[in-house]
Design a protein around this ligand. Sequence first.
Ligand code: GUN
Length: 281
Amino acid sequence: MYTKIDGKQVSQAVRARIAEETASLKSKGIEPGLAVIIVGNDPASRVYVNNKKKACEQTGINSFEYAMAEDTSTEELISLIEKLNNDKRVSGILCQLPVPKQIDEERVLNAISPDKDVDGFHPVNCGRLMTGCAKFAPCTPAGMVEMLKYYNIPIAGKHCVIIGRSNIVGKPMAMLMLANNATVTVCHSKTDNLPEITKQADILVAAVGKPKFVTAEMVKDGAVVLDVGINRMENGKLCGDVDFDAVCEKTSYITPVPGGVGPMTITMLLQNTLTAASDEN
Ligand code: GUN
């Protein structure tokens, strides 16, 4: 028997606490505010940005949307970010990724003030995470750790195998799990003998971007499996990077897609916005 980790339930519990903390900050005259920048017309980005704004509303956090045209230049985007860096109403700034091709993403992320970088993507915040003193941990990995803690799943001493080495998920997840005293292995597309390594995982994180990539042969009996993938199938349904139906019976805990890791990502963004608002005052 396995337990399906309910990301919506964990998310609701954390958001209730965030709403209380927001109300408490407001009673002291501090108004947390999140600026969300979206460049261009990517439909998936539009859905994510709308969900972020809705989550802010639900918890009492102010949100400000800045929608920019598809042909926006790096300079125009940086000039908006500099304005927001100096805007007292704005505690946190997020630029939805991916940005259109002509934009230099690295310059844009570096332009966000590290004190308002609620995504945790600025090199200063990556460095803080690496040295074990994160101010803003990237939201998706932070959400996964929060879920493990909610279900009292032990992390210390466990072998966590992460498939995927992105700056947004794989690498920061490795740092967070290390900070929680796990033993960490990071695998990627060039890893030899991948199933041999994933079979050693007590906690297996799939952040590959390939539907049903993780099969039953890759999973140890009793493992905890966290699925970061959001893939759209031909029939229009969403599926993760894990073949859920084939893998679930081997696990002790597993996240579904949708309703697993996804809801937690936005919740941690709200948490980081509160941290930014508290720290600036
Ligand atoms: N695009 C996909 N995931 C993310 C995220 O966590 N933050 C931002 N800014 N863009 C994303």
